[in-house]
Design a protein around this ligand. Sequence first.
Ligand SMILES: [Mn+2]
Length: 499
Amino acid sequence: MPEEIFDISGKPANPSGWASLQKTARAIDQACLEKRLIAVWGHDDIDGIASTAIMLDALRGKAEAIYFIPPKSTTHYGLNREVIDQLLERGVSLLITVDSGISSMDEAEYAASKGLELIITDHHELPSRLPKAACLLNPKIPEEGRPTPHLAGAGVALYLAAAVDGGSSEDWLNEYPHHRTAWAALATITDRVPMTGENWHIVRAGLGFIEANPVIGRLNDLLGISCDQGLSPRIISQTYVGLLSSCNSQGFRHQTLELLRGDFDPGCWKELYSAEQLWLNRMEDEVTAKTDEALADPNPLKVLADDQLSWSLVGAVAGGVRDRTGHPVVILGRKNGLTVGECRGFEPFDFVAMLNVMQGFFLQHGGHKPAAGFTVLEGREKELIEALKKYGIKNQSLILRSKPSERIDHRFARLDEIDPILPDILSLAPFGPDHKPKICNFENLLLPRYSRTGDRYWLKYLMASQKNQDFVNCKCRCTLDVTHKGNFYLDLLSVNAIN
Ligand SMILES: [Mn+2]
């Protein structure tokens, strides 16, 4: 699919121009005026947590608010009745969902029947029928003045918080409370939404705010993380995302959310960091084993079921196997006695469409075209696996076209030839999905001996070390990216020593 050229010269849409946003903000203002108890309903991933943190921050000082983040270990997507009952018992009279809820048709009816006012804010794909709610805010609903339909959940929350604040200056994104933009940027990067339109502006503004954030600073000090060279989406994904995703929601309390709100517990984060290192080792072993299994599987869609695989690894393993095999893959594991699955692939193959065709098998399902997940109805596992394989065979030609890109944007003989493109890279950054970093091919690049795929080199270091004896001539393909502090770096995608 040809990539659209994203025009960076535009300004981010102003909150004042999006009518549903303003309507939603007015409903929240009204609840604040009436001193009602508000609950924010999030989702247990970084986007959901950041969205919740932003929403709570917007309500701070205006209304009493509590939050609920459904634990991954029990339910995953959207609202549920038991907790709605608990919220009502606590006296909640307005429920605001963030990063979730657009598919919670029955639960929305239930909330309405109980007299609970519901505001749904989400960014997930629209179901064929929309739930009933006092306000429904989703940038995928076509409307004049809305920002990009590809906003993350936290991008939607950022807009809503700005509208609740009532501010709408031209440069609202930079004048806005910096920690909110930081969390929205973190979530926009983590949710893998296209780095275009307002997403690009949020991340461009947010990278510096993330680096300067006191919470991030304390994490860095505690764990020995250095971001002296500055941040980019790639660096953030590798540095903080795993750690911040590593603790699970306890429903009415979430450690990562408390961290974003400024409650820093060093002992807990040290423990989480060690646990994350162990988890990474286990994941690596699983990815290696499942990659072999996938490569031996003749089916076009690789469907791998493993009763021993814990749900905490399923998504990451699916992503790892997809990357190593270059095939779309569905990995099934277990969660609380039920089978869960995660799908990872490449566009144009559409997992949402696939899961919709098979919805009779699922307790829950949802996600995005190249990455989706589901929980299987008990007893339907074997049939589902057969159905998935059949779907793969039926859609074989589409799957064959859904491949990782092998593109090269610039070909160079040597390192010193890249100077002319650096100013462009700087103005186009940050990069991400649909606005990818440039890929360079070097015929002859001096690199440290034993350089491997995945290694990162700062351009300054390479430039200064070109006469080093431990460097050898290499032919390589790499991404060229830059941090918010203007430091360029290469990530090796493939490398071969010459001679
Ligand atoms: Mn999200």
